[in-house]
Design a protein around this ligand. Structure first.
Ligand code: BTN
Length: 262
């Protein structure tokens, strides 16, 4: 286990550009946990943690994130967003990830709300945002991004066959994770700055263009209570999914899209 307490002695700035301060590991349980420790030690916003392999990578909703060695980009960024940015942050990170992946590969990925990266229905990447606090009034968010780069079919666990894909499977080419990390840092910096400046409409507009479904389509979503069917109207300024349920229009937040009907 790497000792990180000694770094607290260094006089660090409050923030660095994404990509300027990087902790790299061959193997970690999860980049989320290491980034959280750095946050608690007051490392600057923008610090990133990269691992070639994760032994306990995690996804949203208590799922695990299968992190085959040297096959994907597994990274967490330490952020300290203002409270007004919190709702849209996961969407902005998804947007930045789709943009960076396009800039690397030319593949126009789509976003499955809220922030899965998909191509023709198969998942290529995911975002996990976890919040925390370190001392009084010092809150942070760890934005974790996993993108499948060079996975072949057999590099996924059998449970993921048919659901997951990678840039290699889609293009037949291999990609350097360092190149994607560099592009991701640039895109994330751009969209995060926009978010912090309150440029909500710009983010929502660009985000909606990347969605894997369009207004007018019928969605089936699942929240904690039930499965709900409704016509998609748009994404609201808090990142919620606006659905016309027939009798009323409702906005959903903590939900998952099960199916997109025509
Ligand atoms: C999801 O779609 O469920 C989110 C997946 C997030 C995976 C990334 S990989 C880097 C970071 N470390 C983790 O343990 N998870 C995130």
């Amino acid at each position: 286990m790497t000792k990180i307490s000694k770094f607290t002695m260094i006089d660090l700035p409050p923030r660095v550009n994404f990509g300027d301060l990087i902790f790299r590991f061959n193997r970690l349980s999860s980049t989320m946990d290491f980034a959280r420790r750095l946050a608690e030690l007051h490392f600057p916003e923008g610090t990133s943690v990269l691992a070639d392999e994760q032994t306990a990578g995690r996804g949203t909703k208590g799922r695990s994130w299968y992190s085959a060695k040297e096959k994907g980009l597994y990274v967490s960024f330490l952020l300290r967003p203002s409270s007004s940015s919190l709702n849209l942050l996961p969407l902005a990170v998804g947007l930045a990830s789709a943009e960076a992946t396009f800039n690397l590969s030319g593949l126009d990925l789509q976003i499955k709300w809220p922030n899965d990266l998909v191509f023709q229905g198969k998942k290529l990447g995911g975002i996990l945002c976890e919040a925390g606090t370190s001392g009084q009034e010092s809150s942070f968010t760890i934005a974790g991004i996993g993108i499948n780069l060079n996975h072949g079919h057999d590099d996924f666990s059998p449970g993921l066959w048919g659901q997951a894909t990678s840039l290699f499977i889609l293009t037949g080419k291999t990609f350097e994770k360092e190149s994607l990390f560099h592009l991701l840092g640039q895109s994330l910096q751009f969209w995060y700055n926009n978010l912090e400046k309150g440029q909500v409409s710009a983010i929502i507009d660009q985000y909606q263009k990347k969605l894997s479904f369009i207004p007018g389509q019928t969605l089936i979503i699942k929240n904690q209570e039930a499965e709900i069917e409704g016509q998609f109207l748009g994404v609201d300024h808090n990142g919620g999914l606006k659905l016309n349920l027939g009798k009323e229009v409702k906005t959903f937040y903590a939900s998952e899209i099960i199916k997109v009907l025509s």
